[in-house]
Design a protein around this ligand. Structure first.
Ligand code: FES
Length: 445
């Protein structure tokens, strides 16, 4: 098996010695003052995902990203570039558009000013009636910095922010082998939850909860902390790289089919050819790598072309500071993102996008979180969680199990009985996330 070098920026995500020991106090999850500091020092400083590059194919295609009380338009230009503007008319402050689509130009719904997709004012009523001068071809929507990575359009409100690729470092380098630009988003929901946005980053920064909260996972992805690599990076990002093979300490009840058997058979490996469970998990995992390398081309798995041995069979579950998580699977990407409610710090929205790498001849894909879906681009819909009733497609999935826990944890954070978290070594990244957040809040980054 090929040796995968560890990136030089990597810090050991299981070593509490890397931490200062900042407490993770409850007020971080409910205090309006804390939320205001996050707005002032975090959200206005970092890069945000506005949408997908897939949504911006032709000049005039645009997406709208509402974040708390801000709204931003990202629009494809005639020269193929993408520009981002605050979604606000410079006449009297009206919001220009409420959702993405295609616009030759942007008509303000209030007094009818017409803004070009380059942001320049093109037309207005009664241009001669402006004593200070006709603003046509002079006024320009306020622009933000905009860039793309991973098939996503990003923007920042911070003129002094580092370049996007520097901000994301080392993720673009780590994931260069995945054709993220051509993944198809087969399922997308924006789900309203009754918890603070940080519940998701906390949750996705450790796998200690998996055996309890997601008992279906260990027979599929090895959840033992000693089998995985937990990594964190100076910019606040982190990931857990877990082998997609059964954990050796877990056994399904007699007669229950092992998901790994199905995967082995898919690649012409007989799961009954191994002398015992441990050999099947460990040697089967190596045999799977070899089979994928041998057969990917004839099976139409073009996205395997540049993947290394680890990427062919493993699951790097990756948190991009502060609020985006991407699960990189051999055939899928799962994008998770929480954002704070505009007014209430005990609420957030949770974007769940399931993406698949197209395989020749496939019409449907297993989306992992939302069952089997047709292999075609899906629009995002907004819904209430409501115990899962608002988004029935995900009931019983891993992410539904996480969401079901979120409200109980929110209640706990607001209790006088909670003062700090008592963390295992394998949860080191949870406190690391809060320490990087504190760095932002205190102006150290
Ligand atoms: Fe937009 Fe008046 S606020 S035209």
């Amino acid at each position: 098996m090929e040796t995968i070098p560890v990136h030089p920026l990597t810090l050991n995500g299981r070593d509490p010695g890397q931490l200062r020991g900042d407490p993770i106090t409850g007020d971080r999850y409910y205090s309006p003052e804390f939320a205001q500091r996050e707005w002032d020092q975090l959200w206005t400083k970092i890069w945000h995902v506005a949408g997908r590059t897939q949504e911006l194919q032709e000049p005039g295609d645009f997406v709208v990203h509402d974040f708390k009380s801000e709204s931003v338009i990202c629009v494809k230009q005639d020269d193929g570039s993408i520009k981002a503007f605050y979604n606000v008319c410079l006449h009297r402050g009206m919001k220009l558009v409420t959702e993405g689509g295609y616009n030759n130009n942007f008509h303000c719904p209030y007094h009818g000013w017409v803004w070009g997709r380059d942001g320049v004012l093109q037309e207005l009523n009664d241009p001669e009636d402006f004593p200070q001068g006709n603003p046509c071809n002079k006024l320009r929507l306020q622009e933000l910095r905009c860039d793309t990575w991973g098939g996503m359009v990003w923007y920042t409100m911070n003129p002094d922010a580092p370049a996007l690729l520097d901000y994301l470092s080392p993720m673009p380098e780590l994931y260069k082998n995945y054709p993220m630009d051509t993944a198809v988003r087969v399922f997308a929901r924006k789900i309203k939850l009754n918890c603070n946005w940080k519940f998701a980053t906390d949750n996705f920064s450790e796998s200690y909860h998996t055996r309890t909260a997601h008992p279906q996972v260990p027979p599929w992805i090895d959840q033992d902390y000693w089998s995985s690599r937990s990594e964190m990076f100076p910019n606040g990002h982190g990931r857990t790289v877990q082998p997609m093979r059964p954990s050796l300490r877990d056994r399904l009840p007699e007669g229950e089919p092992l998901p790994f058997d199905f995967i082995l058979r898919q690649w012409d490996i007989d799961p009954d050819s191994y002398p015992d469970f441990d050999a099947k998990a460990m040697q089967g995992w190596l045999d799977l790598k070899a089979a994928k390398k041998r057969l990917w081309k004839e099976r139409g798995y073009k996205h395997y072309e540049h993947m290394n041995d680890e990427e062919l069979t493993d699951s790097p579950h990756t948190v991009i500071f502060p609020n985006v998580t991407i699960s990189f699977l051999p055939d899928n990407l799962i994008f998770f993102r929480t954002e704070p409610d505009a007014k209430d710090p005990t609420k957030c929205t949770f974007d769940l996008w399931c993406l698949a790498f197209p395989v020749e001849g496939q019409k449907e894909v297993e989306s992992v979180m939302a069952g089997t879906q047709p292999l075609q681009e899906a629009e995002s819909e907004t819904c209430e969680f409501n115990g899962g009733l608002g988004v029935p497609e995900i009931i019983d999935s891993i992410v539904w199990q996480d969401m079901m826990l979120s409200e109980g944890q929110q209640n706990g954070w607001q209790s006088q009985g909670y003062t700090d978290s008592y963390l295992a070594g394998q949860e080191t990244r949870v406190r690391f996330f809060h320490e990087v957040l504190n760095d932002y809040l205190e102006g150290r980054r």
